[in-house]
Design a protein around this ligand. Sequence first.
Ligand code: PMV
Length: 295
Amino acid sequence: MIIARAPAKIIIIGEHFVVHGSHALAASIDRYITVSASHSTRDELFANGRPVKADFIFNSIDRITRGSHVKLLVKSQVPNGAGLGSSAALSLASAIAVSKLFGINPDPAFLFEVSMDSERQVHGNPSGVDVAASLYGGFVLFKRGEIRPINSAKIQFVVIDSRQRRKTRNLVNRVKKFMDFNPDLFNALVNSTDMMAEEGASAISEGKLEKLALFMNASQSFLELIGVSTPKMEKIINSLKGNIMGAKITGAGGGGCIIALPGKGSVPKGGYVVNAGVPGAYEINFGHRAQILSK
Ligand code: PMV
């Protein structure tokens, strides 16, 4: 049996616009999907002990297994449909574990491609930012065809789960409709987001957190404009004001998670945002890159 794990991610700037050509700034977080792979007589996947139909995984790893069958035991610390990249982490951890099981030493480009294949089946038109953040770990500045790791001191974000669940594919389709109705406006938002993601990456390297927070808040306005925010998410974001420098949806929106950048000074242990009266908040640290755990 081979065990591999891949981290979830947050998008700090650039979700949706990255699908249409902008850069996005993302980071892996310390919530993981762990996959144990072994040979089997049929393809089967168990998630936290329960059998799950996961054709998208088996279709994509077929280029490794070439018709042989595998059993995948999945342990997940990442909620589905919450904007934290659970499908990318699952695809990547599966691709790594199964590659090793079949004696392949996969390079990052191969793992990226196998995972993108399953992401395409789930989302339709994924940019690849989720896979890139999970594959490389830490902060990444991503654009289709380009992945740049960003050096940074430790920055604390807080993740708040709205507990609304949704499908990324539906949100990506909604944004496509907005783009088709408002092409010039959408193009301007793509260009501004591109600038904010690039300058946000520099702000992270230089520790200029006020600047990063400004971009996060602007980014939230853009996401509201293109219709992927929800009243519940906006209520949570408004309730944080005064306690944090910046806050926004992370991932596809329509529910799922919000990220907040706390103000200067230390974050009290036990949950800064919980103290601000918001249930469902948890503190995170940055995640390790996708990797083999044991063989
Ligand atoms: O909500 P998630 O984790 O599926 O994030 C999707 C990010 C999008 O930009 C909306 C889609 C993409 O492929 O980049």
